[in-house]
Design a protein around this ligand. Structure first.
Ligand SMILES: *Cc1c(COP(=O)(O)O)cnc(C)c1O
Length: 219
């Protein structure tokens, strides 16, 4: 099946208003071009070097989303063009993004990544720490980032009860934090190839789908 038909199959399953991020990490620019020809404009990448190379090579109306762990020393490379950073997992990173955005005269959209999954390896804010940080008001001084919502991942398991529980907790955190933000705090990024249908049932507004569109990644 072609990339185009896979994208249209996925689109047919999306709840109204849910945005599709095509996760193109580890796939070549040609694969992205195929998706682009099928009308897809939002792509997610997880490594800065790969992201900047693809940005340079591909059409400039693509919206690039950073979905992987981001180190502060890599922010400068993506600040001029990145559309949305899903993976903001510390105050230090958010402050760094704010500074780099100011340097290039931009306001960068960001999501706060929350950790609810059982794996230790998954990144993101611990729920309590995120709560404390937002309640502290420390973000008020940041003029060049706009917090658009929350991102999270479910535990890696076939047990749909566990997955649903994780998504419900991520959605609850988003709802709990809403009063601290403006109406633009409207994004709940959750759901990948194997679990996005459950994520949408739990209120996801943005799904990040890679392998179902592009096939298995060759690392
Ligand atoms: C790789 C990745 C995805 C896409 O995963 P698939 O299972 O290939 O759909 C989504 N979100 C994040 C954060 C990822 O790193």
């Amino acid at each position: 099946m072609s990339v185009a038909s896979k994208i249209s199959d996925i689109r047919a399953t999306l709840t109204d208003g849910v945005t599709l991020v095509a996760v193109s990490k580890f796939h070549p620019a040609e694969a992205i071009s195929e998706a682009y020809a099928a009308g897809q404009r939002i792509f997610g990448e997880s490594r800065v070097q790969e992201l900047t190379a693809k940005y340079a090579e591909l059409p400039k109306d693509i919206e690039w989303h950073m979905i992987g762990h981001l180190q502060t020393n890599k922010v400068r490379a993506i600040a001029p063009f990145i559309s949305l950073i899903h993976s903001v997992d510390s105050a230090r990173l958010l402050e760094c993004i704010d500074r780099e955005a100011a340097r290039c005269g931009r306001v960068i959209d960001c999501l706060l990544e929350v950790h609810v999954a059982q794996e230790q390896t998954k990144s993101g804010w611990a729920v309590d720490e995120l709560r404390e940080y937002v309640a502290s008001g420390a973000m008020k001084s940041l003029q060049n980032v706009r917090i658009r919502g929350v991102m999270g991942m479910a535990t890696f398991t076939d047990d749909k009860v566990v997955v649903r529980g994780d998504f419900q907790r991520i959605a609850a955190i988003k709802a709990e934090l809403e009063p601290y933000f403006y109406a633009s705090f409207d994004t709940l990024s959750m759901g990948m190839s194997d679990d996005y249908l459950v994520a949408m049932e739990c209120g996801s507004t943005m799904v990040r789908i890679g392998s179902t569109i592009f096939g298995n990644r060759v690392y």
